[in-house]
Design a protein around this ligand. Sequence first.
Ligand SMILES: NC(=O)c1ccc[n+]([C@@H]2O[C@H](COP(=O)([O-])OP(=O)(O)OC[C@H]3O[C@@H](n4cnc5c(N)ncnc54)[C@H](OP(=O)(O)O)[C@@H]3O)[C@@H](O)[C@H]2O)c1
Length: 171
Amino acid sequence: MKVILYMGITINGYIAKENGDSEWTSDEDLKGFYEHSKKTGNIVMGKNTFHAASSYGYFPFPESINVVMTHQPIENKWKDKVIVTDKSPKQILQMLEEKGFNEAFIAGGGHINSSFIKEKLIDEIYLDVEPLVFGKGMSLFAPEDFEFNLQLLESIKLNENTIQLHYKVLK
Ligand SMILES: NC(=O)c1ccc[n+]([C@@H]2O[C@H](COP(=O)([O-])OP(=O)(O)OC[C@H]3O[C@@H](n4cnc5c(N)ncnc54)[C@H](OP(=O)(O)O)[C@@H]3O)[C@@H](O)[C@H]2O)c1
């Protein structure tokens, strides 16, 4: 199972403003995010990202199985397209494997990203670095105790001002 993390970030590593706003990423980031999740066939996100994506009108991503990680009860009105679960990151990957997936697409936010990477479960990271900086916000990874070296696989220009960095996580 290959596990991919895909996020749009500011140049100082934020994925959202303090109030949760992440609607500043480029069209190319949104397109890349959508196309990767479609190719993978699944998209795993935390409760807060679920709420943010719902408020922006993106949820559920129609071409994927949407997995929402939460310990709270959330009514599933979307049936088969959505799985609401309190399973651990490892159990979620196992569940996706049992459903026939050979790739998993992790879509944030910072808490979910950390909960996967600290268990050594992320294989590749795509970062769309947007031409923006703000002083207070939510980090790509919520503070947890982990450290990994990365290998740069590719860097491409998505538009005049946005660069995509593609890394392999060395484990
Ligand atoms: N720029 C981007 O590309 C991008 C992408 C995605 C999200 N975002 C932004 O990121 C923000 C949300 O990030 P976030 O870090 O606050 O929240 P998050 O990672 O989306 O969700 C965290 C919540 O998920 C639940 N959860 C369930 N299982 C968990 C586990 N094993 N480990 C940790 N949490 C678990 C917990 O809530 P309960 O225990 O209460 O259920 C936790 O509070 C949003 O504002 C969104 O817009 C940006």
